[in-house]
Each structure stands twice: as C-alpha cells, then as structure tokens.
Design a protein around this ligand. Structure first.
Ligand code: IYR
Length: 211
C-alpha cells in the first residue's frame, strides 16, 4: 500500500522536536503517589499509542494489564515486597545497594497500593502459534518508552518498577505461561509535597557522537 506520509516543514520540525525534548526533560520518576484517580480513557489511549511500537516481524509481543482493584493491588504489593525484602537483605550486591542509595529506595512499596492505576506489561517470549517472537525485549522496551512518554505528556506521573523476580505478577494476574512480566508501572499524580532525588542527566558529550 502507499505510505500515508505527512510532511513537516523544516522550521516546524525543529520547533516540534525541541518542544518534545523539553516536555520529556521534565519527566521524573515518582515514588510518592496521591490516591487521586486518573482517567481510564487517558490510560488506555496511552497504551494504544504504546501498541503502535515497531516490533520484530510485526508480531507485537506485548500485553498490558491495567489494575485498579484495591484487592489485586494489595496482592501485588504483598508479593512484590516479599521479593524486594529478599533483594535488599540478601540478593543485591553491596555495589548495587550503593548505586541505589541516592534514590532512597528500600523494600517497602506502598505506591503499589496508593497509585490509582498499575500497568503490568507482559512480554510474549514464546508463542503457542509459530513463529516465536523475534527481538521481543527490544520490541517491548520500545513500547514501554512510548507508553511512558504518552502518559507523561498527558500530565500523569509514572514509576518504572521492576520487582525482581517478577514471576508472581503473571500468577496474580492470571497471564498465560508464554507471557513473562516485563515491568510494572504505577501511574497517577504525585502526592502533595512529593520529593524526588536530585539527579542530573549526562551531558551531550557523553551520550552523543556525531560522525
Ligand atoms: N527493584 C528494586 C531495586 C531497584 C533497582 C534499580 I536498577 C532501580 O533503579 C531502583 C530500584 C526496587 O524497586 O526497589
């Protein structure tokens, strides 16, 4: 089929990409959520944007579960905290714990109950039908990037949470064995007075080479 291409004039192109950069530069990961509800239509529309991501052989190896039920959120929190307790007490290396120190994280995950919405993202890692997905992690990673950008520019805050291991998530949410939990994203508004670590982003010279 013919490509439905919309041309963007050169000057407009730079204006748009700068605006997008500025918007994205304001995104911060939030761990302290308000209980204020969010629009389900905003959340599901952001997921539809995420599901436009490119994927290996266009197999679209993702599934998104939106959780708002307080009982399900509680079960997820309890299971995540059990894993995280073991991570902080035993599994994490000293080096890893030192790297996390500036973020101020610990095993407690109250945001899994306070955030009004949790989006559990699953990666289809093998298929009951052939073919098996190609580049599943890369594909789902791109989709999650689009999801975070969509939610952020819609005015919502997110946390990219990876309780480790995450096997419990598929069990609690009843996902099939050919799907693997990829990331858990609490979504909502920041709590009044929410604080974030004072982090910086690397300068161009470290992240960009033009040849
Ligand atoms: N999953 C743990 C630990 C953790 C790991 C990384 I890498 C982070 O950037 C943040 C936290 C937790 O959620 O606390």
């Amino acid at each position: 089929m013919a490509l439905p291409w919309r041309e963007v004039p050169a000057g407009e192109s730079l204006r748009r990409v700068r605006a997008f950069r500025d918007t994205m530069a304001r995104r911060r990961t939030i761990r302290d959520f308000s209980v204020t509800p969010v629009s389900m239509e905003v959340v599901t529309t952001a997921i539809r944007a995420a599901a436009t991501a490119p994927s290996g052989a266009n197999l679209q190896p993702w599934h998104f579960v939106v959780v708002t039920d307080p009982a399900v959120k509680r079960r997820i929190r309890e299971a995540a905290e059990e894993e995280e307790r073991a991570f902080y007490a035993r599994r994490a290396s000293r080096e890893w714990l030192e790297a996390l120190e500036p973020l101020g994280t610990d095993w407690r995950k109250p945001f899994l109950e306070t955030a009004p919405v949790l989006i559990a993202v699953f990666e289809v890692h093998k298929s009951e039908q052939t073919p098996r997905p190609y580049y599943a992690k890369e594909s789902v990673g791109i989709a999650v990037g689009i999801l975070l950008a969509a939610l952020h520019q819609a005015g919502l805050a997110t946390l990219t949470h990876t309780p480790s291991p995450m096997r419990f998530l598929g069990e609690v949410l009843g996902r099939p064995a050919h799907e693997r939990a990829f990331v858990l994203i609490p979504v909502g508004y920041p709590a009044a007075g929410a604080r974030v670590p004072d982090i910086t982003r690397k300068p161009d010279s470290e992240v960009l080479t033009v040849m």
